[in-house]
Structure formats: C-alpha cells, structure tokens
Design a protein. Structure first.
Ligand code: IPE
Ligand code: IPE
Ligand code: MG
Length: 255
C-alpha cells in the first residue's frame, strides 16, 4: 500500500470493516430508461460504477469483493443485450486487467465457464492467471453464476465420490460441501449490498450468505460510489451479528 493510499485509508476507513463484501449490481436498465437512454448506456455507466467500487474497496481495506455481473438466469434477456453485456465484460478485462494487477488485486472468477464463448473463457482465465500471486484485494467476479447450479454441481461431485466408495454418506458435511463450491477457500460474505431497491438474492451466494448482513440501497447501480459503499459499511457496523448466539452485552447481563 502506498503512503498516499495509507493516509486515505486512515481518513476514510470505518471502525468495523467487513472482510468480504458481496455486491449485486442492479438497476442499470432502469437508470437508463429513466433518462430516455438505451439500456446499454446503463450497463456502460455500470462499468464505471464498478471501477469506483473496486477502488473504494481497496482504499477501505476490504479483503474480498464479490461482484454479481451476470447470472445463470440472465441468458433469458434479449440476444442483443446479452451480446452487449459480453462485450462490456471483454472490454473491462482487456482495459482494466493491467491496472488491477498493478494494484495487487487478485482476480477470481466464479460461475459456469464451459458454455461461454472461448474468447471470454480465455480472457477470464488470463485474468486469474496473471493475478494469482497478488495478495491485495481479491476481486471475485460472479459471471454466468447461479448459486443453485453451484450447489447442485457440488452435490453431484460429492455423490460421485460416494458412489466410487471414496467417501461415505457421513463424510457429506457442511465443510465438505463448502469446499466443493466455487468459492472454496474464500470466507463467507459478511455484508451483501444490492442496489436498485430490489430486496432479493436472485440466486447469488445462497449457501455462503447464511449469516451475511444485507443492505439494500435505493439507488441504481450507475449511481454507486464510495460514499454509498461507506454508508453500507456504517449500517453493517451498527448490526448486531449473533450467529445464533447472544450478544456480548446480553451475555454479560446474564452472568
Ligand atoms: C444489472 O442491471 C446488470 C445485470 C443484471 C447484468 P439490470 O440490467 O438488471 O437493470 P434493471 O434491473 O433492469 O434496471
Ligand atoms: C441479478 O440481477 C443479477 C445481477 C446483478 C448480475 P437481475 O436484474 O438479473 O435480478 P432480478 O431478475 O431482478 O431478480
Ligand atoms: Mg435487474
């Protein structure tokens, strides 16, 4: 971290910084429609918001940032919009990879890759390979991602091991399922932020979000900036995470 960045972090960092933040970047289309612009313009401005988000996450000291950029269900959109979204992903990786790498960001991709165009899967692989030795922010890009599909694939892999006699049914534990998910090795999200006002997960990190805190922001994704992220983190810091237990205060009151 540079001196300048260090000073900025001290000035901005909230008291309680979540280790892992998941972001459901929603509302690009509505942002554009409200301005009489084509939906594509919303997606294009959404990429700019993503750059602001990554920069802010680095400065705040978040360790893992998972961004939901294309869901398994987004294939149901018109072909033209799908092709525009694919084009924007390609442009984002080509344009931003060097800078991400220079900033010590490690890129990880979660999602189904086999059905993607070869050009796209190659680019995603290149991003992971180039940055795999970095130890700054881990940017997890959920692309062609669906949590139910991820859980089903993990179950199928484990079932095959049971069928082969390598595992017994008793070996199918919470830990083993977690280790077979695409997020293996990544801590569960502490905070999940969704823009656009919708209050749902839309098949994002269903397993991993078991104890995440949710913050739903009433802004469209192209409007997202560092202040919005800091606001969500402040809200997170006010939450009382009990994980099924009792709070420190309640606990001491009992004793
Ligand atoms: C988020 O914005 C981007 C993707 C889901 C790819 P939307 O495109 O979903 O925008 P709205 O929700 O229709 O406004
Ligand atoms: C969720 O947004 C997926 C992404 C942000 C990539 P959607 O716009 O696809 O979700 P729904 O359809 O409103 O649930
Ligand atoms: Mg949407």
């Amino acid at each position: 971290m540079s001196m300048r960045e260090g000073a900025a972090t001290q000035a901005k960092a909230p008291a309680c910084v979540p280790v892992h933040v998941g972001v459901i970047m929603d509302g690009n289309g509505r942002w554009a429609t409200a301005r009489n612009l084509p939906r594509f313009e919303g997606h294009r401005r959404g990429v700019e918001a993503l750059r602001r988000c990554v920069r802010a996450a680095r400065e705040i000291g978040i360790r893992y940032l998972t961004i939901y950029s294309f869901s398994s269900e987004n294939w149901s959109r018109p072909a033209q919009e799908i092709s525009e979204l694919m084009g924007l992903l390609k442009r984002f990786v080509r344009h931003d990879l060097a800078e991400l790498h220079a900033n010590n960001v490690r890129v990880r991709i979660i999602g189904e890759r086999l059905s993607l165009a070869r050009e796209i899967s190659n680019l995603l692989e290149e991003a992971e390979n180039l940055t795999k030795g970095n130890n700054g922010l881990t940017l997890v890009i959920a692309f062609n991602y669906g949590a139910r599909q991820e859980i089903a694939a993990a179950a199928a892999r484990i079932a095959a091991q049971v069928a082969a006699g390598e595992l017994t049914p008793e070996d199918v534990t919470v830990e083993r399922i977690g280790a077979n998910l695409l997020t293996a090795g990544i801590p569960d999200p502490d905070l999940i932020v969704r823009t656009s006002g919708e209050q749902r997960l839309s098949n994002f990190l269903l397993w991993q979000a078991a104890y995440a805190e949710f913050v739903f922001l009433p802004i469209y994704w192209p409007e997202f900036d560092e202040a919005a992220l800091l606001g969500a983190i402040e809200e997170f810091a006010r939450r009382d995470r009990r994980f099924g237990g009792v709070t420190a205060r309640a606990g001491s009151a009992r004793s």
